[in-house]
Design a protein around this ligand. Sequence first.
Ligand code: C2O
Ligand code: CU
Ligand code: CU
Length: 463
Amino acid sequence: MDRRAFLVTGGSATIGAALTGGLSSLSSSQAASALQLRIQTARYRISEQITDDMVSLSPHAPPPVLRLKQGVPFRAEVTNTLKDATAMHWHGIRLPNKMDGVPYLTQWPIAQNETWLYSFTSADAGTYWYHPHCMTMNQMARGLTGVLIVEEREDPGFDSETVLNLRDFRIGKDGQFLKLYSARKAARGGTLGTVMTANWTQSPVYVHGSGSIVRLRLAATDTTRIYRLTIDGAEGRIIAADGHPIREPLAWPTEDAPLVLGPGQRLDVGVLMPSEDGKKVVISHRAGGRVRPLATLQSKGASLRRSLGDIPSLPKNDVPDVDLSRSEVIDLVFGWSPDGLKPNNGICGTLGYTFWSINRRPWPGDAVEGTGPLAELKLGRSYILRLRNESPNTHPIHLHGLVFRPLRSNNRVIPSNWTDTVVLHRNEVMDVGVVADNPGDWAFHCHVIEHQKTGLAGFIRVT
Ligand code: C2O
Ligand code: CU
Ligand code: CU
């Protein structure tokens, strides 16, 4: 690791600004130029009152949608203007380990007024996201979670698109942040926000042509909430999950069987808009008998007269399949921590406690070197990770740098789709298959940030 931050040299950025479903978007339109991303404080009106002390990439707007092209090099110069250190992670992208943005594991933290250059080429198309991996409770809960899209080589042919960055904010009546977490909740399911938003807006409405086919990209970037989603008022098809086109179908959500989307997960949905003008398609979160509308798609104009059969299928990403006949099983147990009330340095900045662990080992702190990985995988080999949740809480378990697919669960039927984050229910044991095809030290943790930062984190080494 090089302590010195990369210097900004040459190549001015060519940034194409456009509007994507209400969020501004930045596309890297020229391979040689780097996007300039400045992590900074922001103010924004989420509720009645403007919220101060938010964190974003511009002073008065949510983090933009970043648009990359499949197979085309991407470069971003990330400058930290905050007092606290930071580091940027590109969630779900299979990239070189050095570019993964995990302090102490793959790089040094980016201190105030330092700039770090990230550059990678994504072989996979799909819906991903970005967030800091340092001071995560503070910076993510205050806003720094954005959607990253890798566009397919060939345009798959949707009529239009809406991106929904789903997340809560813990703000009070005066619009200001409340305490971001409580220890009591960190030791259980996590602390929920008070205001639910899509694209930093409460119940936004996006207009699309009547009878058209919309690509709806949903990203759950909240620090805690497990979404249970329905899409009412339209028919459609789930076309991709966690970036990758589906291998096995996911049922269209119903009130009784909503789509579960945990922190870190994404869905791409082909929605057939109603053929009449002025009809509403409502995306809602359902919990405990309550329906919370998150966003609305509204039809407009004369019908384009498309049908369900016109929903494009996406070309597969080139993911190596698991060789189940010769895969070693690796046990990974998620549960309580032997360290109890000792502060855990959950990758820059402690929440003050160590409630959680993987295989009874909480995240070892910032002196990662020398403490060793949870498991060592041989490059190119197939493995079965046996994920065992021995707690009564839900954990969205996330692995960096590799993709895996669920094979079986002890308590439900689970479609075997490629993913980087899987929701483990209470006491669930799930086998997932993975090919260790990307060398490096890959962070492995729960994406409920309070769990991650109080011990439920480790790393897996591929050599
Ligand atoms: Cu979404 Cu370790 O990250
Ligand atoms: Cu990640
Ligand atoms: Cu968890």
